[in-house]
Design a protein around this ligand. Structure first.
Ligand code: FAQ
Length: 313
């Protein structure tokens, strides 16, 4: 079959709601887009362990520590499913990690902000995992089988992460005035970065058209952002916290919240590497890779020895 016919069959399959699987024919642009997006997603999960990992030794009690440990381990698991899913597209994990370590590959802007207080752990679960779920439940309905299947499990775990974060915020908001102030301060610092992590506005999103045509993305960045805002503002009201946006109001006519201007200069600056923690995050990943090299070598040597013994037996 020549390419035009293959493309037609591929697009018809997507239009009929069937999944594309690794051995199916796919246009090179589809494969490249998936590798870009899925590997950036995998890197985000792994880099995303760092801001919360910062508080494991300082969690306020044993229950909170156990929950946070479990959450951070879940994020490592998400990274692993996503690297494996990306490998089904014929790319090597070492190559993807090299792209992260040399700064060629992006990871989510949100993880370049610092976690200054315990309340930030609540804000991350509530807002960052909350935004991630909005985005990922849409991605789970997409066209590439291995990515969608990874999303289903990831979303279930993110749902627990989201609730534990909201529960931390609720406890602080109902606590002493100082505790409530900590929660408000965390909301003030994480609100706008969480809004931005859902990607640039649709008119500045060069990848969206192609990704939506091929049902990798099921909804635009702005549509998901609006849904996240509509769901989150009442949650803030419920626990007595204030969204740091003086223009935020509910529009009775549309049934949606309208919001003030988003500082896209800040977003583009962060993704260019100039956020408050970019250098620190990248260094932590590069150092971890170097420190873990002997483990990978030992595991490979052991696997080679086992294979040899099996051959002899
Ligand atoms: N950060 O054309 P678009 C999580 C880049 S997981 C950095 O709109 P696209 C769980 C984009 O790559 C969070 N860069 O791009 C967790 C592109 O540059 P490129 C990660 C960004 O792909 C919680 C350029 O801007 N989730 O949080 C960002 O159509 C707690 C133009 O943008 C995913 O990765 C950004 N925020 O839409 C873990 C989900 N936004 O590559 C630990 C999968 C955009 O052309 C702790 N990804 N850029 O040079 C997606 O859904 C999409 O890739 C978007 C961006 C929506 C993120």
């Amino acid at each position: 079959m020549e390419d035009a016919k293959q493309l037609e069959a591929f697009e018809a399959k997507i239009a009929s709601g069937q999944k594309i699987e690794p051995k199916d024919w796919m246009p090179e642009a589809y494969r490249k887009q998936l590798v870009r997006m899925m590997s950036q997603h995998a890197h985000s999960e792994i880099v995303g362990m760092l801001p919360e990992g910062n508080w494991i030794t300082r969690a306020p009690n044993l229950r909170r520590k156990a929950i946070l440990l479990a959450k951070v381990q879940d994020e490592a698991g998400h990274g692993l499913y996503l690297y494996s899913a990306t490998e089904t597209l014929g790319v090597d994990r070492a190559e993807l990690l090299a792209q992260l370590h040399t700064g060629k590959a992006k990871y989510s802007s949100i993880f370049n902000y610092p976690t200054l207080t315990w309340a930030d752990i609540g804000a991350i679960g509530w807002l960052v995992d909350g935004a991630a779920i909005m985005n990922q439940t849409a991605l789970a309905r997409g066209s590439y089988g291995p990515y969608c299947r990874a999303m289903i499990r990831i979303c279930k775990e993110e749902s627990f992460h989201n609730r534990q974060g909201y529960e931390i915020m609720m406890s602080l908001a109902q606590g002493t005035p100082e505790q409530k102030a900590l929660a408000q301060d965390a909301l003030n610092r994480w609100w706008w970065p969480a809004i931005m992590m859902l990607g640039p506005s649709d008119d500045q999103s060069p990848n969206s058209d192609q990704l939506m045509r091929w049902k990798v993305k099921m909804e635009s960045n702005d549509a998901i952002r609006q849904r996240f805002i509509d769901r989150t503002v009442p949650q803030a009201d419920f626990i007595g916290l204030t969204i740091p946006d003086k223009d935020m109001k509910f529009d009775e006519k549309t049934g949606h919240y309208t919001h003030g201007p988003i500082n896209w200069d800040e977003f583009f600056d962060v993704i260019k590497g100039n956020g408050p923690c970019n250098a620190k995050r990248l260094k932590a990943r590069v150092d971890a890779d170097k420190k873990g090299a002997w483990v990978r070598e030992a595991a490979s040597a052991y696997a080679a020895k086992q294979a040899k013994e099996k051959q002899v037996a």
